[in-house]
Ligand binder design. Structure first.
Ligand SMILES: Cc1cc2nc3c(=O)[nH]c(=O)nc-3n(C[C@H](O)[C@H](O)[C@H](O)COP(=O)(O)OP(=O)(O)OC[C@H]3O[C@@H](n4cnc5c(N)ncnc54)[C@H](O)[C@@H]3O)c2cc1C
Length: 476
C-alpha cells in the first residue's frame, strides 16, 4: 500500500509526463506492460509491486523535468536499469513512477587519450565491453551479470564481479557522474581526471546509493588495458575447507594476486554441471574452485597459474583441470555463471544471499550454514567470490513444503544467518545491496548512530523522500 505521504498518479500527472517524454514513452493503464516493471531477479513474488506509471526518458533534461514534477506532486520515483538486481532495488514498492533508463543507452565517447568511457546509464555492461575489446581496453569492475545488467545499475549497486580481488569493484572506476538530484537539479561531479580530493567525496557517496540519493544520467568510467593473456584452472576438492585454505596461501607463498577465485560448493557445482550436461567428473566433487591468473606477460601468467596449481595440489584435490585458451577458460566460467540459474530451477522458492565475512571465517560460516540447514530442514548451497569472502548462500525451499511455510520460515532463517555472519565480523551484503529485501535486517549489522547518520544524509539530499522509497531503511 502506498504511504500516505505520497500522492497517487492521476490522469493529469500522466498528461504532464507525456508532455515531457512523448506519449510513446509513457506506459500507463496497461497492466501486462506495467507488470514487466514490477520485479527484478528476486524470485519471491511477495516482493513484486507494479508501478502506477513507467516513463522512459531520453535525456537528462527529461529526467530533470520528471523528478521536478514528482518532487512537487509528492510522487515516488524508482530508477530502473535492467532489473537484474537481487535485492528488490528497482521494484517500486510505494508505486508511483518507474523511471526506466533503457532508452538512455548511448556510449557517448571512448576517450583513448584519457582512458575513459563516457556513457549513458542504460548501456548494457557487456555492450561497452564489446566496443572496448578491439581497442585493447576494458572496464574492470563489471559484475558477472554483464550480459543483462546496465552500467547505471552497476554504479547504483557498486557492483563487483569475478575479478574484484585483483581489480576492485565499480567504485574504483567511476571518475565522473552527471546526477539529477531528488529536487531536480543537475549536478556534474568529477570528470576525466584520475585524482580528485576537492571537498567531500560525493561520487563515493552516490556509488552504491541504490537509486535513493540521485538519478545518474551520465557516467565516466576509467578503463584499463585489457590483459593479453589468461590461464584458468578448475580444482575439485572433496570439501570446501581445503579449497578455501588455498586463498591466503596463493597470496603468501605465491606472492601473487589472482584475477579470480570463485568457489562452488557441492550442490552448486554439481547442479550447474548437470544442467549443462558437463562431461567433467562432477559427481564426486564436494567443492570446486575456479582460479585465474591474467596479465601482459605470457610467461609470468603461466608461472602464476603453475603456482596456483601447486598450492591446490598440496591440498590433495580430487582433480585439477587447466585451460590456457579462451575456449577452455570460457567452459569453466560457463559452469560458474550457470550456478544461480540451476539453483533457481531446483525449487519453487529460493533466496540468493550475499553475505561477506573475513576470508579466514569462510569455513566457520559454512559450518554455521550446515547447522541452519538442519535447524530449518532446507538446503542452503553456497557459491561466490571466495577471495572477497563474499558468499551467495542460497536457501532453497523443500519442494514438498507450501508457500505459506516458506514465508514463515525464511525471515527467521535469514535473521539467524545474518546474526552468525555479523558475529564473525561480516555483513549482509557485499554487492547486491539492501534494497527492499534486506532492509528489515539492517539493524543487525549497523548501530543506531550509523543508521541515523544515513537517514540524515538521505533527508538532506531527498527532503521529500521521493527517490526509491522503501529501500535500505525499514521505514521512511
Ligand atoms: C545471474 C546473476 C548474476 C549476478 N552477478 C553479480 C555479480 O557478480 N556482482 C554483482 O555486483 N551483482 C551481480 N548480480 C546482481 C545485478 O546484476 C547487479 O546488481 C547489477 O549491477 C544490477 O544492474 P541493473 O541494470 O539490472 O539494475 P536494476 O536491478 O535495474 O537496479 C538496481 C539498482 O540500481 C538503481 N538504478 C538503476 N539505474 C539507476 C540510475 N541510472 N540512477 C540511479 N539509480 C539507478 C535502481 O533503483 C536499483 O536500486 C547478478 C544478478 C544475476 C541475476
Amino acid at each position: 500500500m502506498t504511504h500516505e505521504r505520497f500522492a497517487p498518479v492521476t490522469d493529469s500527472i500522466v498528461g504532464a509526463l507525456r508532455a515531457i517524454c512523448g506519449a510513446a514513452n509513457v506506459i500507463y493503464a496497461d497492466a501486462p506492460r506495467l507488470n514487466r516493471y514490477s520485479r527484478d531477479q528476486v524470485a519471491e513474488k511477495h516482493f513484486h509491486v507494479s508501478p502506477e506509471v513507467v516513463v522512459l526518458p531520453g535525456t537528462a533534461a527529461e529526467v530533470q523535468a520528471i523528478v521536478r514534477l514528482a518532487h512537487r506532486e509528492r510522487i515516488p520515483v524508482t530508477p530502473r536499469g535492467a532489473g537484474s538486481g537481487l535485492s528488490g532495488g528497482a521494484i517500486p514498492v510505494q508505486g508511483g513512477i518507474c523511471l526506466s533508463m533503457e532508452r538512455m543507452n548511448r556510449i557517448i565517447e571512448v576517450d583513448t587519450a584519457n582512458l575513459v568511457a563516457v556513457v549513458e546509464p542504460g548501456v548494457v555492461t557487456n555492450r561497452l565491453d564489446e566496443v572496448l575489446k578491439p581497442l585493447g581496453l576494458f572496464f574492470a569492475g563489471y559484475p558477472m551479470s554483464e550480459e543483462i545488467c546496465t552500467l547505471g545499475g552497476n554504479v547504483a549497486h557498486n557492483a563487483g564481479g569475478g575479478r574484484a580481488i585483483k581489480y576492485g569493484v565499480t567504485r574504483r572506476y567511476v571518475t565522473g557522474l552527471e546526477v539529477v538530484t531528488a529536487t531536480g537539479e543537475i549536478l556534474t561531479l568529477g570528470g576525466k581526471r584520475v585524482k580528485d580530493v576537492t571537498g567531500y567525496d560525493l561520487i563515493g557517496l552516490l556509488v552504491g546509493s541504490e537509486g535513493t540519493l540521485g538519478v545518474f544520467t551520465r557516467i565516466i568510467i576509467r578503463l584499463l588495458p585489457r590483459p593479453r593473456s589468461r590461464r584458468s584452472l578448475l580444482a575439485l576438492f572433496d570439501d570446501v575447507r581445503p579449497a578455501i585454505e588455498t586463498v591466503p596461501e596463493i597470496a603468501i607463498s605465491g606472492r601473487m594476486i589472482p584475477a579470480s577465485v570463485e568457489l562452488m560448493d557441492r550442490i552448486s557445482f554439481q547442479e550447474a554441471c548437470r544442467s549443462l550436461k558437463e562431461s567433467l567428473p562432477y559427481e564426486s566433487a564436494g567443492a570446486a574452485m575456479l582460479l585465474e591468473s591474467d596479465g601482459f606477460n605470457e610467461t609470468q601468467v603461466a608461472e602464476e597459474a603453475a603456482m596456483m596449481e601447486s598450492v591446490c595440489r598440496a591440498k590433495k584435490p580430487l582433480a585439477i583441470f587447466t585451460a590456457d585458451t579462451e575456449v577452455g577458460s570460457n567452459r569453466y566460467w560457463k559452469i560458474r555463471k550457470q550456478v544461480p540459474w540451476s539453483l533457481k530451477a531446483l525449487s519453487t522458492h529460493s533466496s540468493v544471499e550475499d553475505i561477506v565475512v573475513p576470508v579466514s571465517e569462510i569455513p566457520t560460516i559454512i559450518a554455521k550454514i550446515v547447522d541452519l540447514e538442519k535447524k530449518y530442514g532446507v538446503r542452503i548451497p553456497v557459491f561466490g567470490h571466495a577471495a572477497d569472502g563474499n558468499l551467495h548462500a542460497t536457501p532453497l525451499a523443500d519442494p514438498q513444503s507450501t508457500e505459506a511455510h516458506w514465508h514463515e520460515l525464511i525471515p527467521r532463517l535469514l535473521a539467524d544467518l545474518y546474526r552468525e555472519t555479523a558475529a564473525l565480523g561480516g555483513t549482509i551484503s557485499g554487492e547486491h545491496g539492501i534494497g527492499s529485501k534486506r532492509r528489515q535486517y539492517l539493524s543487525l549489522v549497523m548501530g543506531t548512530g550509523q543508521i541515523d547518520l544515513l537517514r540524515r544524509i538521505k533527508a538532506t539530499m531527498d527532503p521529500g523522500g521521493i527517490l526509491n522509497p522503501g529501500k535500505i531503511f525499514e521505514e521512511d
